[in-house]
Design a protein around this ligand. Structure first.
Ligand code: NI
Length: 185
């Protein structure tokens, strides 16, 4: 009889702990193995441990990607030392053209942003993990462009999803969201 009581007590304690655990939100992402613009191996796990923002794009992007990269730089400048722990990742959805060297060149004006590329298969794992849409679109004049999700993902140090910053979001709103991310991590 007392074994049942002990088990029930243990179950009660377990449930209480579970219920008391603060809601850390939904984990986002899936394992992938890419490499940085510097050619270093980089895995999904390497993102964990620091609050971070993630943006998917490609270096031939005419407008959305360059604009977003300038906006990210602006946010980091505004936050200054507050954002020392914040990491920023640019994952290419066009790894066929965006080799590590191409990415390295493209991101040189944005030293706080880590570029990630790799095989199509591994990039696809990363994109699917974050529910990112991308599509190769042929151009009339030849070649192709890429359609892609333009949101910036905000991820806490424990890997849980805090929210997104939309393309061309009001800068004050963006800063407010980043401050929430930094205080939550
Ligand atoms: Ni783009």
């Amino acid at each position: 009889m007392w074994i049942i009581v002990a088990l029930a007590a243990a179950m009660f304690a377990f449930l209480t702990l579970e219920l008391q655990r603060p809601d850390r939100g939904v984990a986002l992402g899936a394992p992938f193995e890419l490499q940085t613009a510097a050619g270093e191996p980089f895995r999904f796990e390497d993102m964990q441990g620091s609050p971070h923002l993630i943006f998917f794009g490609f270096t031939h992007c005419p407008e959305v990607c360059p604009t977003t990269l300038y906006e990210i730089s602006g946010w980091l400048d505004t936050l200054g030392s507050e954002a020392d722990d914040l990491k920023a990742y640019f994952i290419t959805v066009d790894p066929e053209r965006d080799t590590p060297q191409v990415l390295d060149n493209y991101l040189s004006p944005f030293p706080r942003v880590t570029g990630l590329t790799g095989s199509l298969e591994e990039m696809d794992k990363a994109a699917k993990g974050f529910h990112v849409y991308y599509k190769k679109v042929p151009l009339d004049e030849g070649g192709y462009t890429m359609d892609h999700t333009a949101s910036v993902f905000l991820i806490r140090a424990d890997g849980s999803f805090l929210g997104t910053i939309a393309y061309s979001e009001n800068p004050d709103t963006a800063i407010e969201k980043l401050r929430r991310l930094l205080s939550a991590s």
